[in-house]
Design a protein around this ligand. Structure first.
Ligand SMILES: N[C@@H](CCC(=O)N[C@@H](CS)C(=O)NCC(=O)O)C(=O)O
Length: 226
């Protein structure tokens, strides 16, 4: 059995998805937490863990892989014998489920982080000035357009590829969760189909377990800022 260490932090959406994958499959691992921006940009981290200063990073017996989608594909290929992360019985079905992972990382995350970073994250974590109203309007417009497209992509299916929840759904859930709280989105009012999808994902035990841990950490972070 390989020795796995997941480097990350629970505030990170892609980290939460990787953690969900490991816990869902019951894969033994150690979780090594690193403060975002502080530890991740340190010389020690960029020299030894990820030259780009980002998490998640998965250490497999000393071999490090970065990029959540690469990590998730590795975990699926190595441990997902029942097809809980991605379909195993049909390459086309699998490609459609992998497509959702990439839509999340490119279309959704680009828009949500394009707003979360200048509006909330960089001012909060790096002491940077918030962008002006015009910049905020442009970024929020892009988020809304992306959520409209995502709603069309979901259509009337329970999950993005159909009846079963795959890892791409969890990836999207985690991005929506962060965007909803940092950007004060109201999914129930403006994107009801996405809200119902969000609630469906939360029926999963490991999702609620990780959400609870992330919220506890967030509460103590906010407390420490007072
Ligand atoms: N495309 C990467 C994104 C990784 C990423 O942006 N990670 C953020 C946390 S969500 C990070 O490590 N930020 C720390 C920093 O910028 O110092 C993935 O999916 O793994």
């Amino acid at each position: 059995m390989s020795r796995l260490i997941l480097h990350g932090h629970l505030f990170s959406q892609p980290v939460r998805t990787c953690l969900w994958a490991l816990r869902t499959l019951g894969v033994q691992h150690k979780f090594q937490s690193h403060e975002l921006f502080v530890d991740t940009r340190s010389h020690k981290f960029t020299k030894n863990i990820n030259i780009f200063g980002k998490v998640p990073v998965l250490d497999i017996d000393g071999t490090l892989i970065t990029q959540s989608n690469t990590i998730l594909r590795y975990i699926a290929n190595e441990y997902d014998t029942e097809g809980d992360l991605l379909p195993r019985d049909n390459n086309l079905k699998r490609a459609k489920a992998e497509e959702i992972m990439d839509i999340c990382a490119t279309n959704l995350r680009t828009a949500t982080m394009g707003a979360c970073n200048p509006i909330a994250i960089l001012p909060m974590f790096m002491g940077e000035e918030k962008i002006d109203k015009n910049g905020e309007m442009l970024a929020m417009g892009s988020v809304r357009r992306t959520l409209d497209l995502l709603t069309q992509k979901l259509a009337d299916k329970p999950f993005f590829t159909g009846e079963k929840m795959y890892v791409g759904d969890v990836h999207i859930y985690n991005e929506l969760m962060t965007a909803e709280s940092l950007l004060n989105l109201n999914l129930a009012k403006d994107h009801l189909k996405l809200k119902k999808f969000f609630d469906r994902v939360e029926e999963d035990d490991k999702i609620t377990e990780i959400k609870k841990e992330a919220h506890e950490l967030w509460d103590s972070f906010i407390e420490s800022k007072k």
